[in-house]
Design a protein around this ligand. Structure first.
Ligand SMILES: Cc1cc2nc3c(=O)[nH]c(=O)nc-3n(C[C@H](O)[C@H](O)[C@H](O)COP(=O)(O)OP(=O)(O)OC[C@H]3O[C@@H](n4cnc5c(N)ncnc54)[C@H](O)[C@@H]3O)c2cc1C
Length: 287
């Protein structure tokens, strides 16, 4: 279908974009890569009177180091994040997950910020963002605020970013030398995750000194598998301890039931994928 008619504005600064948002309020939608917004508009599930295109605001793009953090502009395309050497060095889990987002065309148009604000529970970036304890910089008329990953995802397709606000940056603490893996389960290549598991571990010799595990599509929001992390920390990096820890992957989750599988199937899948992801990471997979 063709979207309903709308007016279009393409500001070149964040201030202009915030002013346009303030002026048009509920009648406006921000446009990033358009990979989720445009299908929604074409299906007429949303018919904004104004579309505010963030694509000309240079300050929202790019990746840089700042002390112990990587700073990723919200408008940076998936493909750029996925190929960035700084990300590969300090936040390898994001590199792994970006490779699994949709297909190459969508990765070139879609942005990391758009995907995170869209907050589809099957999206592939929320679980890594939670596992890495990313922080989200959000700009509004009153200035900027920073929200921790644990407080960012509120519900299905709902985040801490208000209707009159813009996500500007994702700040990711450096985890240099950690071993990582993103294990995504789909029936057909390029599909949305049925379940996926994001893993980052720090080894000291043969012991797991720290473990971080995020779950995709095991609830309305991306989740942390805290039980797994707790069970593995300080344990030997062996198949036995990994299997015992992975058995706790579905603790505290509320997976959906749909045509791809019911909740019990997803719970089982989460345990299997967590074990696989941890073993791949530990054995050096994508270190
Ligand atoms: C066929 C298909 C398959 C896909 N498969 C996957 C997949 O396997 N895994 C996956 O993770 N994703 C997948 N995606 C989604 C893809 O990652 C999109 O890029 C993403 O969901 C939206 O990003 P975007 O930049 O296109 O945002 P847009 O579509 O432009 O915007 C999405 C929403 O976020 C808002 N928004 C965007 N940027 C900002 C901002 N900076 N501040 C505040 N609000 C903002 C918009 O107003 C809109 O409501 C798929 C998409 C398609 C079309």
């Amino acid at each position: 279908m063709i979207p309903a008619a709308f007016d279009y504005v393409a500001p070149t600064t964040l201030e202009e974009a915030l002013a346009a948002l303030g002026e048009h309020g509920d009648d406006a939608k921000l446009l990033a890569g358009g990979q989720s917004l445009l299908p929604v508009m074409r299906m007429r599930l949303n018919a904004p009177e104004w579309v505010i295109d963030l694509g000309r605001i240079e300050s929202l793009r790019g990746i840089r180091e700042e002390g112990d953090e990587l700073v990723i502009g919200a408008m940076t395309p998936h493909a750029v994040v996925g190929e960035d050497p700084l990300v590969a060095q300090h936040a390898r889990l994001l590199t792994d997950a970006e490779a699994e987002v949709a297909d190459a065309q969508i990765r070139h148009r879609g942005t990391i910020g758009g995907a995170l604000v869209h907050a589809d529970p099957a999206g592939d970036l929320g679980a890594p963002a939670r596992a890495l304890d990313a922080r989200f910089v959000i700009a509004g008329a009153g200035g900027t605020r920073t929200v921790a990953a644990d407080e960012f995802f509120l519900d299905l397709f709902e985040t801490a970013v208000g209707e009159d606000e813009i996500l500007t940056e994702i700040r990711v603490p450096k985890r240099t030398g950690w071993r990582t893996h993103y294990e995504k389960f789909v029936r057909v290549k390029h599909q949305w995750s049925i379940v996926a598991v994001a893993v980052a571990v720090r080894l000291e010799g043969d012991t797991v000194a720290e473990a971080r595990v995020g779950l995709t599509n095991m609830g309305n929001t991306p989740l942390r598998a805290r039980g797994v992390e707790e069970a593995l920390t300080g344990r030997p990096a062996t198949e036995e301890s990994v299997a015992a820890a992975a058995a706790r992957a579905s603790e505290g989750t509320a997976p959906p039931s749909d045509l791809n599988g019911d909740a019990a199937y997803r719970s089982h899948l989460a345990q299997v994928l967590t074990r696989r992801a941890l073993m791949t990471a530990i054995s050096g997979g994508t270190a």
